[in-house]
Design a protein around this ligand. Sequence first.
Ligand code: NAG
Ligand code: NAG
Ligand code: NAG
Ligand code: NAG
Length: 472
Amino acid sequence: MKNLPLLLLLLLLLLVSNGVVESLRTQQLMKDNGAYLTQEEKWFTQTLDHFSPTDHRRFKQRYYEFLDHFRVPEGPIFLKICGESACTGISNDYLGVLAKKFGAAVVSLEHRYYGKSSPFKSYTTKDLRYLSSKQALFDLATFRQYYQESLNTKLNRSKVENSWFVFGVSYPGALSAWFRLKFPHLTCGSLASSAVVLSVYNFTEFDKQVGESAGPECKAALQEVTALVDEQLVSNAEAVKNLFGAAKLQNDGDFLYLLADAAVTAFQYGNPDTLCSPLINAKKSGKNLVDEYASYIKDHYLGDSHEVIQTYDREHLKRTDISGSDRLWWFQVCTEVAYFQVAPANDSIRSPKIDARYHLDLCKYIFGEGIYPDVEATNIYYGGTKIAGSKIIFTNGSQDPWRHASKQTSSPEMPSYIISCHNCGHGSDLRGCPQSPLNIEGDPKSCTSPDAVVKVAVISDQAILQPKSKCF
Ligand SMILES: *[C@@H]1O[C@H](CO)[C@@H](O)[C@H](O)[C@H]1NC(C)=O
Ligand SMILES: *[C@@H]1O[C@H](CO)[C@@H](O)[C@H](O)[C@H]1NC(C)=O
Ligand SMILES: *[C@@H]1O[C@H](CO)[C@@H](O)[C@H](O)[C@H]1NC(C)=O
Ligand SMILES: CC(=O)N[C@H]1CO[C@H](CO)[C@@H](O)[C@@H]1O
């Protein structure tokens, strides 16, 4: 348990999460802030199939290192896990603040297939067969060994082990927990923020949480929009899709999924008022709710970019000739983890047409017959919320719909924290505050509920890392 204090401190991390399906926008934000510790690419030769005794093919995997704060030679090493989008550098966030404080090196490995770390030039279903969390964890393990050895060589020494810690938010948060679970001898501890460790087939809790986060008024308005749009889709589908700037989405399900996801994002990323205030006002003043929601989507979700629309377009997702994070992520969803965001039987916000059938059809349409997620197998492999790990810290934001796929109960070896406030979403426990612009030191004053953040800051102030402590 001696490394838990450091991990507690990391609760304040300001990692910018690449939420599931949110990578494009987050990356844009990062670019706008120009906030990287390093973007200098390094390369590592990785094994393609860690589970085959006969296939010895290799591919190039991209990584980054930042050594400015590293206390040579015995400082800790922070491995920041990248996930379901291109990994374009080590962002200058709270992890950098911590690295400075503890004299840590920071390294980050791009997830196989994403960004520049693809083994293949095309993305057919057959080409994607080495894309899994299990292969990705093994990648992290071999990279960790490689990096430790090269560091030893650089420092003219051998068989020395620095103290490693792993970090991640969202799917990388799950990888962070699973890495400590599967390779406990390779890391002292793990921070698993908004970590989606439970694979779920019918993820009805997700929509329910959106309703709870929205509150009764906003929820009712959103439900009214859904009912009206469902009607208009029957009477004049083209007109209603045009209204939302989404004429490109030929499939009605894809269109409805976009509409649902746009609302989700407001709660997932701590901006509930941007969505709810105008809707509630429109309802009170008798304005057209569908128009109001269309404005929200056009102004705050789609922006000028057609890229966001594409991420919902099954014709686009089907393309095997271009590298796109969305097709890759759907492959992981459709083979391993599901998290199918379906309408609950009662009181849903999203259209009841978004059910398990919709998701399975999408999987089949874009990847072919026989592609569907074996959720049970995934949970057997990792344990789901019964994960039997140690020295893993789980954190969740109170309004984040994803938290129901995370571990929300605490145990001494795996403490879980929920950060409750009006705008606490995905990974927001790690940002000090969820709002942009990013303030890497964290600023509770800009939170609706500063207490939640301050409490965590106090825990972190008490944290001490013993410089020479070894955890192996
Ligand atoms: C590396 O270590 C060896 C053996 O201790 C020593 O002879 C050599 O000078 C060292 N080289 C450097 C660059 O420090
Ligand atoms: C998921 O929900 C559908 C109904 O929408 C049901 O037919 C199916 O059995 C459910 N599957 C699981 C694994 O719960
Ligand atoms: C359906 O949801 C409504 C509104 O939340 C609730 O009042 C009602 O009891 C629910 N019905 C069932 C069958 O769960
Ligand atoms: C550790 C913790 O605070 N867990 C909470 C997560 O959220 C659920 C549902 O609201 C609570 O029951 C847990 O206590």
